[in-house]
Ligand binder design. Sequence first.
Ligand code: CA
Length: 331
Amino acid sequence: MKNNPISATIDFDKDGIQHGFLKVPYSSNTSAWGSIMIPITQFKNGDGPTALLTGANHGDEYEGPIALFNLARRNDISNISGRVIIVPAMNFPAFQSCDRVSPIDGINMNRTYPGKPDGTVTQIIADYFSRILLPMTDIALDIHSGGKTLDCLPFAASHVLDNKKQEEDCEAASKAFGAPYLLKMLELDSGGMYDSQVESMGKTFVTTELGGGGTSTPYTVEIAKRGVDNLLIHAGIMDGTLTPNLSPTVSLNMPDDRSFVCCEHRGLIEPIVSLGDMVHTGDLLAKIHNTDRTTCEPVEYFAKRDGMVIIKHAPSIVSMGDNLFVIAEVV
Ligand code: CA
């Protein structure tokens, strides 16, 4: 297979703190023979495991970048044993334009793994992670939030995996992250996800959803900052003791696709439930008003399972096929 065209301006084998870029060749109208410069920081102190920490896999999710830009500016790594590779914004072009997917090629980073070395910018970045960064990695944390169109309760998550030892490791690391909620997550559409790529390589993987609506809050940022340290401590890379969440973490499960409430109408959402509410099967969740005329009765959407409302559509206008709610079982 063709070599990946990205070059790193840091040396992954070198001890110490290094700040630099992943240079993605991109010749455009505004920059002939130019490059996209993705910020990267590495902390390395002797031998030990490697953690790969990423944010903005989707460009409009901010807790990850905030926590990781903060982490990258630390100037004392005497409490680190091993290596921490920090990429605050994996899909940097999308991050710069406040978009979920890249404005350059329209590709969703989290549906294009393992990527292509001779593909478009997003595919090239994905290939670099798959073939250069992940083989060096023992544990990977990818910090997501809901983005502009979803709002989520703050949770860390792991997946059901064929390899039960790996599944246990991922769940333990997710728990150590110390978010208020801990989810065993079901993906409706796992093809091309970074998650699946990391897991297929046998690595320990933690993902999160820490808020959303295209912004962040002091509360969710604090969870991300604490979670990053907790994960590094759990991995044996950082000295220290875990800082747990103030209240006991609530464990959640998504046993099947009845957790997802898909909207089959277009209109104005009148919410009946809020994030964190407990609902029973058949409970009214929302009414969708037809906004083309004033004469229509709203369409009602109901819960298909007992559980907690963990994700809701963020903008008040919804379209057909949008994710309206996600409801998880409380374990
Ligand atoms: Ca996301």
